[in-house]
Design a protein around this ligand. Structure first.
Ligand code: NAD
Length: 418
């Protein structure tokens, strides 16, 4: 099972599954399996007590054939070279699946942000931004938030870049606060696309999302917003979890109250309305209609997959299923909507933010949400179409087929240089 734990090998296996359906030359495919470059750097940062600490940090630029590199920045103790390489590849194929004009990248710092003060986090972030500066730019590489980063970190990175470059360039990063050039709807975008594809997947099965019971693993940006929007559609969110544990109520939670108690106390397990506490893995195998993994990679592996009882899985997280789990769930006819479509709302509204920054013209939230709806529904329909028409076994492989064709076309259209 060791190979299942390496997200970069999981990415390669997903690409391999698609190649059977592709008419793309082997040497071009070889290019599409590896990052173009990976920055690995050690940040030296002064702590509040005057001591100095070292932090390992990365930025992987996987592919830029369709446009500037694009992808988030993660702060987590498990950040590694293999993880950022995988996440950067998933960004390439995500942008191509929803047909927005970007390549893919990802970055991260190996640290637990909860262990540092805000002033320390600002110095760490600015040190990282200084290392990134030669690589990033409005037309070069555009970072965004990911696990444990948000508007605050994006604002610091933008300010560091603009100060060092002696310019204003809000489009160098997305996911900023509105006052710093952010877009309406960006905070909600990942949870919104998760909700849109869940609604479409149920409709595709001839069912109504309003009748669904839902379990959500991870209650951060992606998970908590998906919980709110799914509840607004009438679905009943019966189980949620975060790194502190999982809670379950067969009658369904008031998801805003859960979010409020997490904001106040730090974890969903502190929610006074919780009727039952379950293990984090137990949440993944509850008898529900829809399961939304919205935490980290490899949440469901080959051992857990036979126990999953949901009919539909919508991957808000990146890489939550190992390839073995994918295979088992496909054999069991569980409909899996892959990450590179389901959570693509984040990068799609990041793209809208970048477009607005370039035009120095802000859109309304209604316009953002309408454009997002169109992009995600069109991409979902295209995957169902190719899945049915070409007899492709899963929606994930259908997405890789569509995406790899687009990236390979862009590479081949460019001709050779030098
Ligand atoms: P976040 O930091 O806001 O939230 C992560 C949540 O997961 C937290 O509630 C954390 O407690 C929880 N968690 C961590 N380990 C867990 C475990 N073992 N069991 C249960 N919960 C656990 O991060 P986020 O931005 O919501 O990202 C979540 C996932 O969505 C990641 O895979 C990320 O790459 C993906 N994603 C995020 C965005 C975005 O715009 N933020 C876009 C696309 C994809």
């Amino acid at each position: 099972m060791a190979e299942e734990a390496n997200p970069f090998e999981n990415l390669q296996s997903q690409i391999d599954d698609a190649t059977r359906h592709l008419d793309v030359a082997d040497d071009v495919l070889e290019r599409l399996r590896y990052p173009e470059r990976v920055l690995e750097t050690n940040l030296t940062v002064e702590m509040d007590d005057g001591s100095i600490e070292r932090f390992q940090a990365f930025r992987s630029q996987f592919n830029g054939d369709r446009g500037p590199y694009k992808g988030g920045i993660r702060y987590h103790p498990d950040v590694s070279r293999a993880e950022v390489m995988a996440l950067s590849g998933w960004m390439v194929y995500k942008c191509a699946t929803v047909d927005i004009p970007y390549g893919g990248a990802k970055g991260g710092i190996a640290l637990d942000p909860a262990a540092y003060s805000e002033a320390e986090l600002e110095r760490i972030t600015r040190a990282y931004a200084t290392e990134l500066r030669p690589l990033i730019g409005v037309d070069r590489d555009i970072p965004a938030p990911d696990v444990n980063t948000g508007q605050r970190e994006m604002n610091w990175i933008k300010d560091t870049y603009e100060t060092l470059e002696n310019t204003t360039a809000p489009g160098v990063i997305t996911g900023k606060a509105i006052g710093s050039g952010g877009s309406e709807g960006r905070v909600e975008a990942t949870g919104r696309s998760t909700t849109i594809v869940a609604r479409e997947a149920f409709a595709h099965l001839g069912r109504d999302i309003a009748d669904a019971t839902v379990a959500i693993q991870g209650y951060g940006n992606a998970g908590s917003i998906a919980a709110r929007l799914l509840s607004e559609l009438g679905a009943s969110v019966v189980a949620v979890s975060d790194s502190g544990g999982a809670i379950y109520d067969p009658d369904g939670f008031d998801v805003d109250a859960v979010a409020a108690s997490k904001a106040e106390h730090g974890s969903v397990v502190d929610h006074p309305g919780a009727t039952e506490y379950v293990g984090n893995d137990d949440l993944l195998t509850l008898e529900v209609d829809l399961l939304v993994p919205a935490a980290l990679e490899n949440a469901i592996d080959g051992d857990l997959a036979p126990e999953v009882r949901a009919d539909v899985i919508v991957e808000a997280a990146n890489g939550p299923l190992t390839p073995r789990a994918d295979e088992i769930l496909a054999d069991r006819d569980v409909l899996v909507v892959p990450d590179i479509l389901a959570n693509a709302g984040g990068v799609t509204v990041s793209y809208f933010e970048w477009v607005q920054n370039r035009q120095r013209f802000a859109w309304t939230e209604q316009r953002v949400n309408e454009e997002l709806e169109r992009v995600i529904v069109d991409a979902f329909d295209a995957l169902i179409d190719i899945h049915d028409r070409e007899g492709i076994e899963t929606l994930r492989t259908a997405a890789y087929v569509v995406a790899i064709r687009r990236v390979a076309d862009a590479f081949e259209d460019a001709g050779s240089f030098p």
